[in-house]
Structures are given as C-alpha cells and as structure tokens.
Write a protein that binds this ligand. Structure first.
Ligand SMILES: Cc1ncc(COP(=O)(O)O)c(C=O)c1O
Length: 366
C-alpha cells in the first residue's frame, strides 16, 4: 500500500509548493482551448515577464520540467551543424552540452572545475575565437555544486551575432536574474524550485532577436512538441491553434505560486533566500561541514556541503528522510558519496526549514 507522507523538501528540487499552489490543483479542469484557460495563460505570461525581468513577447510556460525548457530553447535556436559555446562547471552544464550535441550542434566547451565559477572573460574569449557561434549557454545557478555563475558580463554578446542562453532553473525567483538588463536572449526555468509550484511546467522567454533567429531557420525544429514557434502560435496568437493538450491544473498551480512570489516582491524574495541560505551555511560551518562553492559565488537557495570527516552521508540522509521526513539531496559527480545538496527554495526558504534540519542533524550526530 502507498502511504501519503508529508515531507519537508530540502533537496535540490522539488521544494514544497506554496499552500495556494496546492489548493489551486483542485480547481475544475479546463479544455486546452477554453477562453478561460487561454486568459489564464496570458496572465501567467505577464507574471513571468515580471519575474524574469523582461518585456519579451514570447514568454510562456512550456509543458514539461526544466529539461523541456532546455530542450525547447536549444532545439528551437540551433540548426544541425551550428556552433554552441557552453560553459561547463557542473552537471547541468554537461547536460546542456549533451542536449546541444544530440541536436547535431558542434559544441565548444569552456570549463571550470566543479565548485568554481565560470570565467566570463574565458567565455567571451571563446566567442572571439568562434565568431560564428550561434549561441553561448551558461547555467546561472549550478545545482550540482551551489555555484552562482556571473551572467551580467556576458551581456556584451548583445553587440555580436551570438545569442546568450541562460539556464535559470534554480536561479529564477531565488536570486538576482535580470533578463533584459543583462542582455539574455533565451532563458528557461522550472515550476518546482523557487517559484513555489509543483513540477510540470518550464517557463521560457525569448528576446526579439532570438525569435528572428528562430523564424529565419532553414531546417524545421526537429521536435514538434518543443518548437517554441508553434507554442507561441498556440498560446499567444490572436486565434490560438491546437498544438497539444496542455494542463490547466498545472497552470493554475503555477499562477498561484507566481502570484504569491509577486505579492512579496521579486527583490524581497531574493533577499529572503539570501538571508535564510546564509543562516544555514553559517550553521553548517560551525558544525564542521564544508562548503563546495567558492566564496563570492555561493548560492543561497542551494548549498552543496561536504560532511565532516568520518561521516557516511547516505545512511544519515536516509535517516533524515525516514525519521524526520526531511529530504536533502546527495552529491553529484565528484561529490557523490561525500556531499549533500540542501535546497531552501520558494516556500521552503524560511526559518522553520533550517531549524528543523539542524535540529534533526544535531540529534543524529549526537
Ligand atoms: C540547473 C538545472 N538545469 C536543468 C535542470 C533540469 O530540470 P528538471 O529536472 O526539472 O527537468 C535542473 C534540475 O534540477 C537544474 O537544476
């Protein structure tokens, strides 16, 4: 029999949705062309513009998780044989390379060690070496290590023909991100982290020049489902056209999460995440835990932490879940088996999460 356990979700995502988002899941289901559903999508586009910090017309939630956002952007902007420069300093930078390569792109990697931030100068230098690159992609908040990569300096790409693509799956709603001010051409996120909704929708925004690149394609987008041009015609055209049976249930939940975020205010939400993350990181250091991300580039919403010498991470993580109902994530890549990834995101970015986690850790470590 399946039991319905109530978890405190302090892993790398999903986080606990806001109560309003869970409540919204119970609303009556609407058809995917119902005027009420389309009006809801128009409102969500408006909310997302504010959260992304953009005036981009093409701003919408793609059906699917964050990976769908990643695939939609790469598939819609890259044609086979085109070049993509990708910053790689963690698991999700690697995934960007893999998705771009599977789509037939030629990938140019610019690397930094896991735990260190990417050097924007090295990325811009790679673009000077490869001036024909169609896009340059970075992960703003690398969930595998808790590293914040600098995005603003990459706005220099504005003066070139190379588009700037940013993964904001963990960043959006959790730390500063300014799509228009930073010259970002394509950005995607996910509903289940700092936006405070369940997983299933991937907010995406494209600048006017990214839309032009998409419209000038010679080879059709290989994915019908994730073709952002077709999705724009579905959701945002004056006479919407059937494309797929999108979920009004998830849309209601995302709308409620975004409404809660916007009622608090974008900058206030960033400040809340910053304060609660700093509190956790101080407390971990005092207990002999290490911080994976370099100083000055540490995220607040996701902390990758190494355990004190001699402690076995997996049984402790299991005990946190089984005895206290608290989920934290294990380490990835070179940190597998010796680190935890602790998320304080969206509704879970508050004092009671930190107090509960530290209380449980103290009890387990005796
Ligand atoms: C930075 C980053 N990019 C992409 C993804 C993929 O998102 P999803 O698991 O929602 O498909 C994640 C998921 O954790 C992520 O943290």
């Amino acid at each position: 029999m399946i039991t319905h356990n109530d978890r405190l979700l302090l892993g790398p995502g999903p986080s606990n949705p806001y109560p309003e988002a869970m409540e919204a899941l119970g609303r009556p289901v609407l058809g995917h062309l119902d005027p009420d559903y389309l009006a809801l999508m128009t409102e969500i586009s408006g909310q997302l513009r504010t959260v992304f910090g953009t005036a981009n017309e093409l701003t919408l939630p793609v059906s699917g998780t964050g990976s769908a956002g990643m695939e939609a952007c790469l598939a819609s902007l890259l044609q086979p044989g085109e070049k993509a420069i990708v910053g790689v300093n963690g698991y999700f930078g690697e995934r960007l390379c893999e998705v771009a390569a599977r789509g037939g792109a030629e990938v140019v990697r610019v690397e930094a060690p896991w735990g260190r931030a990417l050097d924007p100068e090295a990325l811009l230098g790679a673009r000077r070496t490869h001036p024909d690159a169609r896009l340059l992609a970075v992960v703003a908040a690398e969930t595998s290590t808790g590293v914040r990569n600098d995005v603003a300096p990459l706005g220099a790409l504005r003066d070139t023909d190379t588009l700037l693509l940013v993964d904001a799956v963990t960043a959006l709603g959790g730390s500063e991100l300014r799509v228009d001010d930073w010259g970002i051409d394509a950005c995607y996120s996910a509903s289940q982290k700092c936006l405070g909704a369940p997983s299933g929708l991937a907010p995406v925004t494209l600048s006017a020049r990214a839309v032009q690149v998409m419209q000038a394609r010679v080879v059709p987008v290989r994915s019908f489902y994730l073709d952002l041009g077709l999705l724009q015609e579905y959701y945002l055209a004056s006479t919407p056209r059937y494309h797929h049976t999108a979920s009004s249930t998830l849309a209601y939940a995302l709308h409620a999460g975004l409404a809660r975020l916007l009622a608090e205010g974008r900058e206030a939400v960033w400040a809340r995440h910053a304060a609660i993350g700093a509190r956790l990181q101080d407390a971990l250091r005092k207990r002999g835990f290490g911080l994976v991300a370099q100083d000055g580039h540490r995220l607040a919403q996701l902390t990758a932490t190494t355990l004190p010498e001699g402690l076995d991470e997996a049984p402790l993580r299991r005990a946190l879940l089984q005895r206290y109902g608290i989920e934290v994530g294990g380490g990835l890549g070179e940190f597998a088996g010796r680190a935890w990834r602790i998320g304080l995101m969206g509704h879970a970015a508050r004092e009671r999460s930190v107090v509960a986690l530290l209380g449980a850790v103290d009890e387990l470590l005796g």
